[in-house]
Ligand binder design. Structure first.
Ligand code: SF4
Ligand code: SF4
Length: 445
């Protein structure tokens, strides 16, 4: 017996091809692929009962090959969760997210961190380096990732430079691949730092937040003054330097009621300023809670679904690179909190399992250890390594969600705190399918 995959979503909107065939767009989340399905087949699949008899045999064969129709003996949810568990177990990259300082030079109203002027030093710094070297030399891994995070990591630039200069050559000597990225507000980035970060520290991917044309109001410098112009000028220069061939920059915009209407103007300005470049991509994200109350700054989930479509359209209209309409890749490891081979280390040497626990008031007791006392090896378990089992138990609606394979459940911490973290695609998938059909030349009758 056959059944329709629970991960197949078919739009209810009819479109017509150039040849006059009635079709509907569809998305299969197990593969991340989009299709146009003829209307009769779409209606048969939606009806489910006896659908095999209503579909042409050759079309049914194609649907089986694609994974849209499967044997009804298959427990698709368990297959997905087991693949996730296996990806975690087989991951041979050791990841360190390092906070070289707990200070930040910006004072964004939505930030849930409490910043203090503390920098990684002394026994905490030597313990951190010892821990990374120990893991490189353990022989358990094929790759190492050093991801710089904050506070504002560039406030601890000297630490980044000095730590990376010890780790990069060692990883090479031991035959491990090396990856490094940085989440930064970009304010302090200059040509000299970028050169060292790129060439010596091998940081090739930067995520920088620019909050629309109101950026300077929404992300004010604590010392006063503006930063948007400076950041954009610098990035525009940097992506044109041939010596930074592998440099990639992701520009995130946190969207709130204050800047939701700025998509077109912001995207046009970024393009005019030279950021419509292969090395740069843009995405919008809703403001989210770190455990703090951001209700006044939040757009509702459904409202954000519509707003995201406006931002995607604006990026496209301006010729900026932006994400595909729908996720095209499986998300088997949803975040670092899934695996004990990944950890966050703060400027006071504390080790956490999740990036949104350190510096966040109320989460002080969630550290799983300190570099000065932890044995070399994987970190102790945190709160969220059993996430796939939690989904399996049906404790969260991810168990019945049509986009689980590409979402992975988004954020176990948010779920545990009663803030469903569903991405916009959960709410605007049908509109995205219709956008896909329209942009591929299919017309509404
Ligand atoms: S649990 Fe959530 S906040 Fe923590 S690392 Fe994972 S995605 Fe990030
Ligand atoms: S977080 Fe939301 S969108 Fe993602 S799998 Fe869970 S229910 Fe679905």
């Amino acid at each position: 017996m056959l059944t329709v995959s629970r991960y197949l979503t078919i739009s209810e909107t009819d479109f017509t091809s150039a040849q006059g065939v009635a079709l509907r767009p569809a998305y299969l989340a197990t593969t991340g692929r989009l299709y146009m399905i003829d209307k009769d087949t779409a209606e048969a699949l939606n009806d489910e009962s006896g659908f095999e008899r209503k579909i042409r045999p050759d079309v049914l064969e194609d649907l089986i090959d694609a994974g849209a129709v499967i044997p009804d003996s298959v427990d698709e949810l368990e297959v997905i969760l087991e693949e996730n568990r296996r990806a975690i177990a087989e991951n041979r990259t050791r990841t360190f997210v390092i906070m070289p300082t707990s200070y930040c030079n910006l004072g964004c109203s939505y930030c849930g961190q409490a910043h203090t002027k503390a920098t990684l030093r002394g026994s905490h710094r030597s313990g951190l380096v010892r821990r990374i070297i120990g893991e490189i030399e353990s022989g358990c891994y094929d790759g190492i990732a050093l991801n710089w995070f904050g506070g504002e990591p560039l406030m601890g630039y000297a630490n980044i430079r000095d730590i990376a200069r010890q780790i990069v050559p060692l990883a090479g000597d031991r035959g491990l691949s090396y990856w490094s990225q940085m989440v930064t507000n970009g304010v302090l980035l200059d040509a000299r730092q970028l050169d060292t970060l790129y060439h010596d520290c091998r940081v090739s991917f930067f995520e920088i937040t620019l909050d629309g044309t109101s950026h300077d109001l929404l992300r004010p410098k604590k010392a006063g003054g503006e930063s948007l112009d400076h950041i954009v000028n610098f990035l525009s220069w940097a992506v044109r330097q041939p010596q930074y061939e592998d440099l990639r920059i992701s520009i995130r915009t946190n969207v709130s009621p204050a800047n939701r209407g700025e998509a077109a103007e912001f995207a046009r300005t970024m393009a005019e300023r030279g950021l419509g470049h292969d090395k740069v991509s843009f995405y919008a994200a809703p403001i989210h809670s770190w455990g703090n109350d951001i209700s006044a700054l939040e757009l509702g989930k459904t409202a954000y679904g519509n707003v995201e479509l406006e931002w995607l359209q604006a990026y496209r209209d301006a010729g900026l690179n932006c994400p595909s309409l729908v996720p095209t890749q499986r998300k088997k490891i949803v975040c670092i909190a899934m695996q004990t081979s990944a950890e966050v280390i703060t400027s006071s040497g504390e080790v956490f399992s999740c990036t949104e626990q350190p510096l966040v008031p109320g989460y002080e007791n969630t550290a799983v250890g300190n570099v000065s006392s932890l044995r070399i090896g994987r970190r102790p378990a945190g709160l969220y390594e059993t996430w796939n089992d939690e989904i399996s138990s049906g404790n969260y609606s991810c168990a019945t969600c049509a986009i689980l394979p590409v979402c992975g459940g988004s954020c176990p911490k948010a779920w545990a705190e009663g803030n469903p973290p569903c991405p916009a695609t959960k709410f605007n998938l049908s509109s995205k399918l219709d956008m896909y059909a329209s942009t591929h030349g299919f017309e509404r009758p």
